[in-house]
Design a protein around this ligand. Structure first.
Ligand code: PMP
Length: 387
């Protein structure tokens, strides 16, 4: 049988990893400035994570959700405490798409309405509902059209108009867009959106799958704007590589939990991984670290990267050039052995290193990028044969 794979693969086979370093099957070392797509939050193979998962596996790895699983409660308490949402409830599932799917389903149950407002450039996942709320040219239009989603600009008048049209159960927004190219709605927009949702009885869903878990320099990126969404989706960095996702649900939604459930959601191993992540984030002050090191990285990039724009917060950074960055990205990997991310905008490099990356590692990345972009700028400025 052939393996179904939709991703273009680079010809590298990582076999070992520690912190922000990966090694391939040839013994070549790589610097991880991509975090496996924002998944690696506390670094690869963190000793506390390895120990907690191993101990859990030796005791019990899985049993059905029809029994008591105290580690789920432990995780909910810890997440409430670390995130600043102790009064919210936690529903556990297995991925970001599943989290958003359940968030939208809950909104529909709660309000009795069907339409969802999403935003231009949004990415919310690849399940049926989540993909419908994802604004990506690769998504097949007829399928998308089957779902009642409107894609809006960050424009409060447009949001109000869409809400006035009626039947809106929720607005879903990434407080910092990831796949779209590290795009940040303004604080005023986020505050206005929260107020309008409340006014019209629609739920506000913050998709923190990529920008959450300390990455932005606060536990959740929406906390920069001082808003409180009704539902918050999490995944990726939550498990540091172990598949786990969830939604944090505001107390006023208790009556609407109908039909939330999944066989693997909240299994012992996933909860042990997620608890280890929170413990390390707390013990090693990784939210603060992401903020200060991110500030340093952005300041350096602004001064020396020759980029058009440096976007983002904390260790979620978009470096936008005035030329497609594929060549720079390829050379970072092949010549400097550094993984970075791309975005749907081909002129943006997306930086999502593990939150505990060191300043020395950041400097290695910066030197490599400067060396390459100087060359890239020189090449671009040369008149072509056709001029
Ligand atoms: N939401 C956002 C903001 C994401 O970036 C992603 C993944 N790129 C998802 C949802 C989907 O997560 P998953 O792949 O775990 O389903």
């Amino acid at each position: 049988m052939n393996l179904f794979n939709v991703y273009p693969l680079v010809d590298i086979t990582p076999v070992r990893a520690l912190g922000a370093t990966l090694w391939d099957d040839q013994g070549q070392q790589y610097l991880d400035f991509y975090g496996g797509h924002a998944v690696i939050s506390i670094g690869h193979s963190h000793p506390h994570y390895v120990q907690r998962l191993s101990e859990q596996l030796q005791n019990i790895g899985f049993y059905s959700n029809s029994v008591q699983i105290p580690i789920q409660r432990e995780l909910a308490e810890k997440l409430g405490e670390v995130s600043g949402y102790p009064e919210y409830a936690l529903f556990l599932c297995n991925s970001g798409a599943e989290a958003n799917e359940n968030a939208m389903k809950l909104a529909s149950f709660h309000t009795g309405k069907t339409r969802v407002l999403a935003f231009k450039g949004a990415f919310h996942g690849r399940t049926s509902g989540a993909v419908a709320a994802t604004d990506n040219p690769k998504i097949v239009a007829p399928f998308n059209a089957g779902h009642a989603v409107s894609f809006l600009e960050y424009d409060l008048a447009a949001v109000e108009q869409a809400l006035q049209a009626g039947d809106v159960c929720a607005a879903i927004i990434e407080p910092i867009q990831g796949v779209g190219g590290i795009i940040m709605p303004s604080h005023d927009f986020l505050r206005g959106l929260a107020a309008l949702c409340q006014q019209y009885g629609a739920l506000l869903i913050a998709d923190e799958v990529q920008c959450g878990y300390g990455r932005s320099g606060k536990f959740f990126a929406h906390q920069w704007a001082g808003i409180q969404p009704d539902v918050i989706s999490v995944a990726k960095g939550m498990g540091n590589g172990f598949p786990i996702g969830g939604i944090l649900i505001a107390p006023h939604l208790k009556a609407s939990y109908g039909l939330l459930g999944t066989t693997f959601g909240g299994n012992h191993l996933a909860c042990a991984a997620a608890l280890a992540v929170l413990e390390v984030i707390e013990q090693e002050h990784l939210v603060e670290h992401a903020r200060t090191l991110g500030d340093y990285l952005r300041t350096e990039l602004l001064a020396h990267a020759g980029a058009e724009e440096i976007r983002g917060r904390g260790l979620m950074i978009g470096v936008k050039y005035d030329f497609p960055v594929k060549d720079v990205r390829d050379k970072l990997l092949t010549e400097h052995h550094i993984f970075v991310g791309n975005a749907s905008d081909p002129t943006v490099l997306r930086l999502l290193p593990p939150l505990n990356i060191t300043k020395a590692e950041v400097d290695v990345f910066l030197q490599a990028l400067y060396a390459l972009t100087e060359k890239a700028v020189t090449v671009i400025q040369e008149p072509s044969a056709l001029d």
